[in-house]
Design a protein around this ligand. Structure first.
Ligand SMILES: *[C@@H]1O[C@H](CO)[C@@H](O)[C@H](O)[C@H]1NC(C)=O
Length: 143
C-alpha cells in the first residue's frame, strides 16, 4: 500500500510536469496559431480585430492574455527566419531580415473567455524568434 501510494504520487508529479510543458505550447504549430494570420482576417478596426482574433484562436481560455502579436505574412516566410530569412542573434534567437506587417494586441479590460478587450496597433517591424529544429517556436519580441 505504501509502495503503490508512492508510485501514485510520482505518477501525479510526472503528469503535471508533462501538462505544464504542453500548456506552454512551444511548437511551430502553436506559434502559427498564436502569431500568424495570413491573409489577415477582416475587421472594422485594429481593436475589433484583436478582440475577434484572441477568441478565434482560443488564446484567452482562463485569463486574458496581456499581449499578443499577429503577423500578416505567409508561414513560409516566417519559417525562413530560422534559415536564410534571418540572422542569428544569440542562443536560440534569430532576427528576421525583413519587416513583417503585424497587429500588436494589448489587453485593456474585460473578462475571459469571450469578453477580453484589446487595443490593437498596426505596424511593420522585424521580429526576434526562438528557433528549435529550424522552426520558430516562440515570438521573443518585436524589434
Ligand atoms: C496583409 O497582407 C496582404 C499581402 O501582403 C496585403 O495585401 C494586405 O493589404 C495586408 N493587410 C493589411 C491589413 O495590412
Amino acid at each position: 500500500m505504501l509502495v503503490s501510494g508512492c508510485l501514485l504520487v510520482r505518477l501525479a508529479i510526472l503528469l503535471s510536469v508533462l501538462l505544464v510543458q504542453s500548456c506552454q505550447g512551444q511548437s511551430w504549430e502553436a506559434f502559427q496559431n498564436k502569431h500568424i494570420d495570413y491573409p489577415q482576417t477582416p475587421a472594422s478596426n485594429p481593436n475589433a480585430y484583436c478582440n475577434l482574433m484572441m477568441v478565434k484562436r482560443n488564446l484567452n481560455p482562463s485569463r486574458c492574455k496581456p499581449r499578443n502579436t499577429f503577423i500578416n505574412h505567409s508561414k513560409e516566410s516566417v519559417l525562413e527566419v530560422c534559415g536564410k530569412g534571418g540572422k542569428h542573434w544569440q542562443d536560440k534567437f534569430y532576427d528576421s531580415n525583413e519587416n513583417f506587417p503585424m497587429i500588436d494586441c494589448s489587453y485593456t479590460d474585460g473578462k475571459p473567455p469571450k469578453d477580453c478587450k484589446y487595443k490593437g496597433t498596426g505596424s511593420s517591424r522585424r521580429i526576434r524568434v526562438t528557433c528549435e529544429n529550424k522552426k520558430p517556436v516562440h515570438l521573443e519580441k518585436v524589434l
